[in-house]
Design a binder for this molecule. Structure first.
Ligand code: THU
Length: 136
């Protein structure tokens, strides 16, 4: 099985468990790290709407909890006519652990619909290199 198929399968499995009773919009995300490990997440909404978390945030948490720190590529899976590209906050979350040329794949139920580099989705990003250079 290819890397994209593995990512798609992991994102689909996570998406099946999404908790999205308010929007009805289930999303799954899966990250591949340089080690080849895959970490998935689903969106988790909340009665207090702003407290909800995106699928990408869950996948990143799973990656960090397992002791990994680099995103080689990420796939986001959602339904609908429009591409389910990551929200602005999640682009920044991905930036923390990925380089400008990391691939972000946007998928629908039938497979990947579009692929972007992180730099395409978050140009001129503020990243950890800048912040760490100023850390005391
Ligand atoms: N959502 C994600 O989980 N990831 C995205 O990339 C787009 C949006 C979620 C947040 C919310 O639970 C629902 O989709 C509707 O916005």
């Amino acid at each position: 099985m290819g890397e994209i198929e593995r990512l798609f399968g992991a994102a689909a499995a996570a998406r099946a468990n999404a908790y999205a009773p308010y929007s009805g919009f289930s999303v799954g995300a899966a990250i591949r790290t340089p080690s080849g490990a895959i970490f998935a997440g689903a969106n988790v909404e909340n009665a207090a709407y702003p407290v909800g978390a995106c699928a990408e945030a869950g996948a990143i948490s799973a990656m960090v909890a397992a002791g990994e720190r680099r995103i080689a590529e990420i796939l986001i899976l959602g339904e609908g006519e429009a591409l389910v590209t990551p929200c602005g906050a999640c682009r920044q979350r991905v930036r923390e652990f990925a380089s400008d040329d990391a691939m972000i794949h946007v998928a629908g139920p039938n497979g990947v619909r579009a692929s972007f580099t992180l730099a395409e989705l978050l140009p001129q990003a503020f990243g950890p290199g800048i912040a760490k250079a100023h850390a005391p």
